[in-house]
Design a protein around this ligand. Structure first.
Ligand SMILES: Cc1ncc(COP(=O)(O)O)c(C=O)c1O
Length: 430
């Protein structure tokens, strides 16, 4: 039989998530070559080998012994978790406990925030960007997302002139999205830059969306500026979650903090819609919310976070030293987060010696399809050196390169990963 209608929405071509798409191909290559890929595609500390400490497991063990942990919770989220978030990560100057909404991961919040806007209300997103934002923006609008550039010649800071021009001349733009600290670039923006973005939003009556999920992940001596510190009376949303703070991204637990919810009628009507949309689903998963205060306030939490950040910083230092000797690339040393973007300058189209003939034939077939040059590089890198990275164009950038992570738990494996990538780059350009 054939289902009686086409089941694809017109905009389904816009639905992409390259961070996981490369994995499908990587898995095939692993099978064909009988080798183990080094997975550098995803920001999951646990997959990368980080241990989940016993004290965290103890908190969860204790929680499952209470029947109430198995119940639904408030649609906004568990009240104690929301109060904890307000007291520790937010500010009563611009937010109340009822302005905090929990979601099943920030991924869900991103989709809800964009999907509940009318089609013609556009959100200006960065390029490169975390793909969920760009894809959700494009899907809700039914056409390509609208974006502003992050400038690799200026530490990947946002291009403020471009933001202002786009907002001024495109009346459909209702919000500016900022990811700070930034995925994929690892930059942490200067306070003046962020203040200027707030000023643009204020001048043109837009609201702000700051994805601050990496707010704890800044390297030694790097100050992070929070949206609540600078937003004044502009309406805005801060997005945070536990996926990056705590090695438990599978908890699927993120939240939004709505700032100045009542200062503008259009904004408060939209926020009510968001809450209704959440109510339709009853609530987000209860247990991670119930343990949230105990996890963050545990006596070992700060030390765990500090040691994780120190490791990422060590990895960033090593990678920076390594890539200094690779003339074909440009690198801005990250100031936080656990990713590294390596730009591949004037990237040619080339083939590498694959691990075996089967892989070569598979890649030949795959690479017949039209694709950005850095996608071909990423496929060749997997087929030749067994390292999976995400192409930079997959983050909505018009620059070629790739993003790798700084998460690898094993020092020797990280060094080996750099060597393999370096070898591939050299061969690719020769
Ligand atoms: C910038 C950014 N926002 C949101 C998310 C999604 O986080 P969650 O695991 O809470 O869905 C990620 C995950 O990598 C991210 O990097």
């Amino acid at each position: 039989m054939t289902v009686r209608q086409n089941l694809l929405k017109a905009e389904s071509d816009l639905l992409r998530y390259p961070i996981r798409e490369v994995v499908e191909i990587g898995k095939q290559l692993e099978k064909m070559g009988h080798f183990s890929m080094i997975w550098e595609n995803i920001g999951d500390p646990v997959t990368a080998g980080e241990d989940v400490p016993e004290w965290m497991k103890d908190i969860l063990r204790e929680e499952v012994s209470h029947s109430i942990s198995f119940a639904y919770t408030d649609s906004r989220g568990d009240i104690n978790a929301r109060q904890y978030v307000l007291d520790n990560f937010s500010s009563e100057k611009v937010c109340t406990v009822d302005d905090i909404l929990f979601f099943n991961g920030l991924g869900e919040a991103i989709n809800k925030i964009l999907n509940n806007l009318p089609r013609e209300a556009r959100v200006l997103v960065p390029s490169p960007t975390y793909p969920s934002h760009a894809t959700a923006e494009a899907m809700h609008a039914g056409c390509d997302y609208v974006s502003y550039q992050l400038d690799p010649e200026n530490d990947w800071e946002p291009d403020l002139d471009e933001i202002e021009n786009k907002v001024r001349y495109n009346e459909q733009i209702v919000a500016i999205l900022v990811i700070n600290p930034n995925n994929p670039t690892g930059s942490v923006y200067r306070r003046e830059t962020l203040e200027k973005i707030v000023a643009i939003a204020k001048k043109y009556d837009c609201f702000l969306i700051f994805d601050e999920i990496y707010h704890h992940m800044t390297f030694d001596g790097v100050e992070n500026t929070y949206l609540y510190e600078i937003i004044e009376d502009v309406p805005g949303i801060s997005m945070k979650g536990i996926s990056k703070d705590i090695p438990w991204p599978g908890s699927r637990c993120g939240w939004i903090e709505i700032y100045n919810a009542e200062t503008d009628k259009n904004f408060s009507d939209y926020i009510r819609m968001l809450l209704l949309a959440k109510m339709l689903e009853v609530c987000s998963t209860t247990m991670p919310q119930q343990v949230l205060p105990a996890l963050y306030s545990n006596e070992h939490f700060d030390a765990l976070l500090a040691s994780r950040i120190a490791k990422y910083q060590r990895r960033a230092d090593e990678a920076d030293e390594f890539f200094k000797n690779v003339p074909q690339v440009r690198l801005n040393k990250p100031r936080g987060v656990f990713y590294l973007v390596v730009e591949l300058l004037d990237l040619p189209v080339a083939l590498l010696d694959s691990k075996n003939k089967k892989i070569r034939l598979y890649l030949n077939r795959l690479e017949k399809m039209p694709m950005d040059r850095d996608f071909q590089f990423a496929y060749e890198l997997m087929g030749a050196e067994g390292v999976c990275v995400v192409p930079l164009t997959g983050f909505g950038s018009n620059l070629t390169g790739f993003r790798m992570t700084l998460l690898q738990e094993d020092d020797a494996v990280f060094t080996e990963t750099l060597k393999r990538i370096g070898r591939a780059i050299k061969a690719y350009y020769s």
